[in-house]
Design a protein around this ligand. Structure first.
Ligand SMILES: [Zn+2]
Length: 104
């Protein structure tokens, strides 16, 4: 299974997983897995657990005949791409103080 590791979404802080796609990219996915029916005309996008993105219909019940897959997190994330992630904090350079470290 190509599912790799857990992480927290940097947009909404939700616990997510990563699945490596056939293109070699790590796509963030929702936890837990969902059941779905493969359907080329389905409205939902699902990662099928083998790194492939497929269309289907998610079934949040546990219906027989359904398959297990992952929902890409960018679909459910409430903040993804709706706001920019918080900037990384970088320590401010204070050349005056650093100079004083070397003494005069
Ligand atoms: Zn998110």
């Amino acid at each position: 299974m190509s599912y790799s590791s857990n992480a927290y979404c940097r947009y909404c802080n939700k616990l997510i997983g990563y699945e490596r796609t056939v293109n070699g990219k790590n796509m963030p996915v929702d936890i837990p897995r969902v059941n779905y029916y493969p359907d080329p005309n389905g409205k939902d996008t699902i990662l099928n657990g083998r790194g492939e993105t497929v269309r289907g219909i998610i079934d949040y019940g546990d219906a027989p005949g359904s398959k297990k897959g992952w929902v890409p997190h960018f679909i459910s994330c409430v903040k993804y791409k709706r706001e920019t992630p918080p900037p990384r904090k970088e320590p401010k350079k204070e050349p005056d103080n650093q100079m004083s470290l070397f003494g005069k």
